[in-house]
Design a protein around this ligand. Structure first.
Ligand code: EPU
Length: 446
C-alpha cells in the first residue's frame, strides 16, 4: 500500500495568521468529525495485530498524519485516504522497536504506541513525548503499569527503555485515572498471560471506545467505563474495520461559539451522553440545548449570559479540553465566574492572550510549580467588550479559545501559531465560515 498524501506536521516557516473579524453570530449546520483522541489510539492499536485494520471517519489532522508516519517507521503499511477519511494499516511485521525521536516527540499521543509495541515485541524504547505547553505531563503511571506486568523499565535522561518478553497479567492501581495511561495499559494487557485488573481506570469516552475496538479485535476486556477494568490476555488479536466516534471536543467548541456569539447551530453526529458535562454548564450560563438522536441544536437564550463556575475533572467531570473555550465564553457573561483547572497545572497560560483582547481575568498562580506561569484558577469579570489584537496560540484548545474570543471582539484579531488548529480540528476555518464567521487563514496547510 502506498501513502495517498505526504504528511506535513512541521509548522510553516513563513508567517501564517488566522484573521478573525468579529460581529457575526454562528448560524447554520455542520457535521462533526471523528474524534482525534480516539483515532490516534486506534491507530496505535493496529500495532497489536499482523492483520489489516481499517478505520473510517478518521479526521484528517496533522497529529493523525504524524501517527501514520510513526506506524510506518515501525514497519506498518499505512494508507491514508484523505477524501474518504479512511486509514488502513497492516503491521504484518515490526521492523524496529526503538521509536525515531523526530517522529515520537512532536505529539503526546505517540506515547500510546509504547503499550502495543511492548505487548507485541516484548520491548520498546522511545524518548519522552512532547505535546502542548499545558503542564509537566509525566508518564509515571504508564511506566509503573508496565513494570507491574513484568517489564523492566529504565529511564536515561529523556530516553525510556522497556523490555521483558511477554507481559504478565497483574493488578494495577493508578493513583490518577490517566487517559492515555489507561489506554496504554489496556493495550499492553490484551496480549499478556493471565488477567490484568486496572483499578481507578479512566472512563473518558475515547478510552471506552478503544476498549470496545480491542474487543472487536479479539481482546477480552470487561468493566469499560467503570473505575475497575479487567483484561483477560489472549494469544493474538485479529483485524477489524471500524468507525471512529464523533469528536465531543469539536462539538463542544462549536456549541460554546454558538452561545457566545448569540447564534444558533445544528450539529450532526454528536453523542448526547458525551456532551452532558458541557450541556449542563451551557444551560446554566443561559444557552439552550436540544438533542434528538445524534443531532444537537444549540442556541443563545434571550436573556444576557450568567456568570458560572466550572472545575475541570476526568470524565464525566467538565473536560479540561473545553476549559479554554468556555473561559472565552465567560468573558461575555454577567458577573464573576470562577474557573478551576484541576487536570493540568499550566492550562490557564492562554489567559494572558485573552487579557490582550481586553478580558478582565485574574489568575491565581501556584507557588511551587516548576513553570513560571502555572496557575490553577481564574476569576473572570464580565461582560466586557473584547477588542481585536495580535495573539498567540500555545496549544490546540487555547487556539480555539482565542478564535472564539475574536468572533465577539471589535475589529480584527490576528492569531499566530495557527498550526495548533491543524493538529486538533478538521476543516476548522471552512466549518466556521460556513456558519457565517468572517475568518481567513492566510496560508492554509491541510
Ligand atoms: N499525569 C501524571 N502521570 C502520568 C499521567 C498523567 O502525573 O503518568 C498527570 C498529567 O500530568 C496531568 C493529568 O495527570 O496533569 C492528566 O493527564 P492524562 O494522562 O489523563 O492526560 P493525557 O492522557 O496526557 C489526554 C488527551 C488530552 C486531554 C487529557 C484529559 C490525548 C492524546 N490527549 O492526555 O488531550 O486533555 O487526556 O482528557 O488523548 C488535547 O486533545 O488537546 C489534549 C491535550
Amino acid at each position: 500500500m502506498a501513502s495517498a498524501m505526504s504528511p506535513t506536521t512541521v509548522p510553516a516557516t513563513r508567517e501564517r495568521l488566522l484573521k478573525i473579524r468579529g460581529g457575526h453570530p454562528l448560524r447554520g449546520e455542520i457535521v462533526i468529525s471523528g474524534a482525534k483522541n480516539a483515532a490516534l489510539k486506534a491507530m496505535a492499536a493496529t500495532l497489536l495485530t499482523a492483520d489489516e485494520v481499517v478505520l473510517n471517519n478518521v479526521p484528517m489532522l496533522a497529529d493523525v498524519l504524524s501517527m501514520a508516519d510513526l506506524l510506518r517507521a515501525f514497519g506498518a503499511e499505512v494508507e491514508v485516504d484523505r477524501d474518504a477519511g479512511r486509514v488502513q494499516v497492516r503491521a504484518r511485521e515490526i521492523v524496529r522497536t526503538s521509536a525515531p525521536p523526530d517522529l515520537f516527540r512532536p505529539t503526546r499521543a505517540s506515547v500510546v504506541a509504547a503499550g502495543p509495541m511492548l505487548a507485541r515485541c516484548g520491548e520498546v524504547s522511545f524518548s519522552m513525548p512532547g505535546g502542548d505547553q499545558i503542564g509537566r505531563r509525566p508518564i509515571d503511571v504508564h511506566l509503573r503499569g508496565f513494570k507491574r506486568m513484568g517489564a523492566t523499565v529504565e529511564q536515561r535522561d529523556d530516553q525510556v527503555i522497556a523490555c521483558g518478553g511477554r507481559l504478565r497479567g497483574a493488578r494495577i492501581y493508578m493513583d490518577y485515572p490517566s487517559h492515555t495511561g489507561t489506554e496504554n495499559l489496556l493495550m499492553a494487557a490484551t496480549l499478556a498471560t493471565g488477567k490484568t485488573v486496572i483499578v481507578n481506570a479512566s472512563a473518558e469516552p475515547e478510552v471506552v471506545w478503544l476498549g470496545h475496538l480491542l474487543n472487536r479485535m479479539g481482546a477480552r476486556i470487561h468493566g469499560l467505563g467503570s473505575p475497575i477494568v479487567t483484561i483477560e490476555g489472549v494469544e493474538r488479536l485479529h483485524g477489524v474495520s471500524d468507525y471512529v466516534p464523533p469528536d465531543r471536543l469539536e462539538a463542544g467548541s462549536f456549541a460554546i461559539g454558538a452561545v457566545m456569539t448569540g447564534g444558533e447551530i445544528t450539529m450532526r453526529d454528536v453523542r448526547e451522553a458525551h456532551m452532558l458535562p458541557l450541556t449542563e454548564k451551557l444551560q446554566e450560563v443561559g444557552g439552550e440545548v436540544w438533542h434528538n438522536n445524534d443531532v444537537m441544536l444549540v442556541r443563545a437564550g434571550r436573556a444576557p449570559l450568567n456568570a458560572v463556575d466550572i472545575q475541570t475533572l476526568p470524565f464525566p467531570g467538565f473536560p479540561t479540553d473545553l476549559q479554554a473555550p468556555f473561559t472565552a465564553l465567560l468573558t461575555q457573561a454577567e458577573g464573576v465566574s470562577r474557573v478551576h483547572e484541576r487536570v493540568y497545572e499550566d492550562r490557564l497560560r492562554y489567559t494572558t492572550e485573552l487579557q490582550k483582547m481586553g478580558a478582565d481575568i485574574r489568575v491565581e498562580r501556584i507557588g511551587s510549580s516548576t513553570s513560571e506561569f502555572a496557575a490553577s484558577s481564574a476569576m473572570i469579570h464580565g461582560p466586557g467588550q473584547l477588542h481585536g489584537a495580535r495573539v498567540q496560540a500555545g496549544d490546540i484548545r487555547a487556539a480555539v479559545s482565542l478564535v472564539l474570543a475574536g468572533l465577539v471582539a471589535d475589529g480584527e484579531t490576528e492569531l499566530d501559531e495557527v498550526y495548533h488548529l491543524d493538529r486538533g480540528y478538521e476543516r476548522f476555518v471552512a466549518k466556521l465560515t460556513s456558519l457565517g464567521a468572517d475568518v481567513e487563514d492566510t496560508d492554509p496547510q491541510m
